[in-house]
Write a protein that binds this ligand. Structure first.
Ligand code: MSK
Length: 667
């Protein structure tokens, strides 16, 4: 494979050339050597019992059955359901750990943690029907934590946050038996149902996948987002930089990687500690430079403006620079190969989760009861390693980004503290300034050219007045190419540009990490409640896209968006390509009953055309004016005085934005 086919990112390409020159293997090389099993690739290998594995091959594979008689459709459906259960387990276990951290914080047992966003705590308490009057912050936080924790073990009834969905959606879930009970219960049940000799009806198995996925989106992930906001602050726009060029030549470079914000937030604190900074200077470093990879990066990027060294496929490449003193990893998306990569350099690989060990790494276990002490120990270890740095190359590529568009900020920017609402966004869609909204999320996958599909699609979407909201590694890809700056509004269509200009926002809004996809669900629910468009998430002119995915978690996200009423498109080869029946259920039958769907398309053109078709059809069903580029009602949107002053002062337009404490916004 040519270098150009591996990545469109010049920083990645430079590091790949270095890796080649130095004989270091990366996932970009291993993917060429590892041909995927064509049977498993399209979902037709069953390994759930030990009579097999049964593999459906040949011309009549769809008519074949396994040794037990399982059809190709049953096998493909079971595969999907198990991936969804695993993905939901990952996000939900992350949420559970945060709930226990909140509990320990409320009880005063988590040294270094505090309730940072009391307003968010009160908001969550209200949603959970927890009394707040006359009670201390800690008492409320303890109840919030315990209510959250009870969602994992709940055997009957429904998840607490189901009540946040539009009423119509809740009714639909009830009608089809899709309302999730407890998080653990649904995941366990899906594992049971998909074992040999249990559920043998593809539709029923896929219903179980839908119900289980909601324990992620409306359960563990949504709780993870809310509790992270309570403990570490709700994001609001902040500027930072993205890509491998954020590494510094004269400072101790520490990278945090994985997903959980608990330790990384403490590492941020430790790296700013004057004593620790002084210690770094004794080792010849000018300072401590903290940056991240994957979603741990996104957690500290959107809250603290800590730079990101890149997305999933940048993890090995960052080490290959030779300039990283320590990479601290927690859970999910951490390649086992890192242990091999660091063996070529001075870099220390430090595992920190009780659940995630890597042979060859140094293990320093995280414990929320003494988090800040552990963080300081790790940072000191990185500092001690600084004098060991040898030859290094830092790619000179970094881009400015504006990130941190939480639900709360999006609401605020449409009217300020007192008039915050989703009306302006709904109106912009109604009058055709904005054709629709696309959520672009998910990973990199070395089987696809890194960042290419995401970047090509986002360019076309914004040109056509489609507002893009994003999370995870896709959002970082957009950051690397400048799409997360207000200046990029110049590349947007006339309607979207006008909206972006009025507020000073980028045409692509970075909403956070993978668990923060739950923010997209609550924004969609608020848009439904606002009125004027659909009164449900289903029927909105919106589409979810996961173009370069690789993880089970991405599939769980896709399925919970489908369950919530959003048509979803995944890029790359179809993982259910071997069963036309399962493809039909997930695309057509789900759409008929839920107005959400999931399908796989393998080219950029196919994804773009299908997205526009889905949005246009939704607009037609809502009887909205047909979208025509540049043709919308021309009356100017009114800004209030505070917003006008900002714009006149050059702070609200390109390069500027308003904070909730700086007066009202307006579209
Ligand atoms: S980190 S799940 S590679 S988006 Fe959330 Fe990135 Fe995908 Fe991991």
């Amino acid at each position: 494979m040519e270098l150009a086919d591996k990545s469109i990112d010049p920083a990645s390409r430079q590091m790949l050339e270095k890796a080649k020159a130095e004989g270091i293997s990366t996932s970009f090389d291993r993917v060429e050597a590892m041909k995927p099993c064509p049977i498993g690739r399209e979902g037709l290998c069953c390994k759930h019992c030990f009579m097999g594995p049964c593999r459906m091959v040949g011309k009549n594979k769809e008519e074949m059955v396994g040794i037990c008689g399982a059809t190709a459709a049953t096998i493909a459906a079971r595969g999907v359901a198990r991936w969804v259960a695993a993905g939901s387990a990952a996000h939900s276990d992350h949420g559970r750990d945060l709930a226990f951290t909140l509990l320990a914080t409320a009880k005063g047992e988590a040294h270094g943690f505090k309730i940072k966003d009391v307003n968010k705590l009160l908001k969550v308490a209200k949603i959970m029907d927890i009394a707040v009057d006359g009670r201390t912050t800690e008492q409320v936080a303890e109840d919030v934590a315990n209510t959250a924790i009870s969602d994992w073990g709940r055997q009957n009834g429904e998840l607490t946050y189901i009540r946040r969905a539009p009423k119509k959606r809740q009714e639909l879930w009830k009608k089809y038996g899709l309302t999730p009970r407890g998080i653990d219960r649904e995941i366990v049940e899906t594992m049971h149902r998909t074992g040999m000799g249990v559920d043998q009806d593809p539709e029923s198995i896929l219903n179980s996948a839908l119900r289980t996925s909601m324990t992620d989106g409306w359960g563990g992930a949504m709780l993870a987002t809310d509790i992270s906001d309570i403990l570490f602050g709700t994001p609001e726009p902040v500027k930072a930089k993205v890509n491998l060029g954020v590494l510094k030549s004269d400072e101790v470079n520490i990278l945090v990687h994985g997903h959980e914000p608990t330790l990384s937030m403490m590492i941020v604190e430790a790296s700013e500690d004057p004593e620790i900074l002084a210690y770094a200077k004794t080792k010849g470093a000018k300072g401590i430079n903290l940056a991240g990879i994957c979603c741990t990066a996104n957690e500290i990027l959107v809250r603290q403006g800590i730079s990101s060294a890149g997305n999933f496929l940048n993890q090995e490449l960052a080490i290959i620079s030779g300039a990283v003193e320590a990479m601290i990893v927690d859970v999910q998306c951490v390649m086992e190969a890192l242990a091999q990569t660091v063996s070529h350099f001075h870099t220390k690989l430090i595992t920190t989760s009780i659940k995630a060990h890597i042979p060859g790494a140094t293990h320093i276990e995280f414990d929320e009861h003494r988090a800040i002490d552990i963080a300081k120990e790790i940072v000191k270890m990185a500092i001690d390693n600084y004098p060991n740095r040898k030859a290094y190359t830092i790619p000179d590529y970094r881009n400015d980004v504006m990130v941190g568009f939480s639900h709360e900020y999006i609401e605020y920017m449409q009217g300020g503290h007192y008039r915050g609402s989703f009306r302006p966004l709904n109106d912009a869609i109604i009058d055709g300034r904005i054709m629709g909204v696309v959520g672009m999320v998910g990973c990199n996958n070395p089987r696809l050219t890194q960042d290419q599909m995401n970047i090509n699609l986002v360019k076309r979407f914004i040109e056509n007045d489609i507002l893009v909201v994003s999370t995870g590694c896709a959002a970082v890809a957009f950051g690397k190419r400048g799409y997360l700056t207000p200046e990029m509004m110049a590349a947007a269509g006339p309607g979207l540009r006008e909206v972006c200009e009025a507020i000073g926002i980028p045409p692509v809004l970075h909403m956070g990490s993978c668990v923060d996809n739950s923010r997209i669900l609550t924004v969609l629910s608020a848009m439904a409640e606002e009125g004027g468009l659909s009164d449900d998430i289903g029927g909105m002119p919106g589409v979810g896209i996961c173009a370069e995915w690789m993880h089970e978690k991405a599939l769980a996200i896709g399925v919970y968006f489908a369950a919530s009423g959003v048509p979803v498109i995944f890029g790359g080869d179809s993982i259910i390509g071997g069963s036309s029946k399962v493809q039909k259920i997930m695309r057509d039958d789900w759409f008929d009953k839920l107005q959400g769907s999931l399908e796989f398309l393998d080219t950029e053109d196919a994804i773009f055309d299908r997205t526009v078709d889905l949005i246009s059809a939704a607009r037609e069903r809502l009887k909205l004016k047909k979208y025509e580029k540049g043709k919308f009602a021309v009356e100017k949107v009114l800004l209030d005085m505070a917003a006008r002053r900002k714009l006149e002062a050059g702070q609200g337009g390109a390069g500027g934005f308003m904070k909730p404490h700086e007066g009202a916004g307006g579209l």
